[in-house]
Design a protein around this ligand. Sequence first.
Ligand SMILES: C=C(OP(=O)(O)O)C(=O)O
Length: 296
Amino acid sequence: MQAVEIRKNRFIGAGHPAYIIAEIGINHNGSLDLAKQLISEAAKAGCDAVKFQKRTPELCVPKDQWEKQRDTPWGRMSYIDYKRKTEFGQAEYTAIDDYCRALGIDWFASCWDEPSVDFMEQFQPVLYKMASASLTDKPLLDRVRATGRPLMLSTGMSTLDEINQAVKWVGLDKLMIAHSTSSYPCPPAELNLRMVPVLQGMFPGTPIGYSGHETGLATTVAAVTLGASFVERHFTLDRAMWGSDHAASVEPGGMAKLVRDIRDVEEGLGDGVKRVYDSELEPRARLRRELTPNQE
Ligand SMILES: C=C(OP(=O)(O)O)C(=O)O
């Protein structure tokens, strides 16, 4: 499997530590302060990157939903106004870019429409993520590919035919593919983690990862054991916060544990070459019975 170099000396793929992404998405609830706290906690937990979702609400919300009324922490308002209120713009993303640089953590976004890709380009992101919902959106995939940056393609809610079609459209250059199931939260029975090696078999030269929406941590660690070279989990300060993605997110303590467990598993997997370690010599001498020649 080839690795994709997303920035100088940071590769995603076989032989490199799993790239761990804290998906802030829309869990900042429109607050830059909250976004900064999330970035800081993700960096403390040892994550490689934080991720956001960038949309132009007028292009992403179907027209028949615009005027639907909704209760929000800011009072009752139309769905389109709510989406506008929770969308970050120039000032917030400039501050996020500065903050992430200062903390030494990567950041990028999934872009849900073409102007959002054009907007993100000013920040020269390490990569673009395409959400599972965008896998069949050829104009958007084309726009992202035209940037020449690495692409992480998520495959939730998709058939194998749709995945093959999307890969034909985008090509294999600097491509990474994430297995995912788009249920929030996703029950273990629908995680289907064996799709990680199946996708690896379908696309042998391409780093395969995992974008998880389960509530626990063990299954994300298992995805790494099965070969995922990057993982993404939603991230929140408090799962009880108002908003659609908080409940299926990981809190800072959980994220620190997840990072630690992934790093332990990566180290623990070893190289598969059987050897007797020096640390085993003393127990070996002490615990093995001394056999007489005719017992051997
Ligand atoms: C929804 C997203 O991703 P996924 O489909 O991997 O959950 C996203 O990145 O915005």
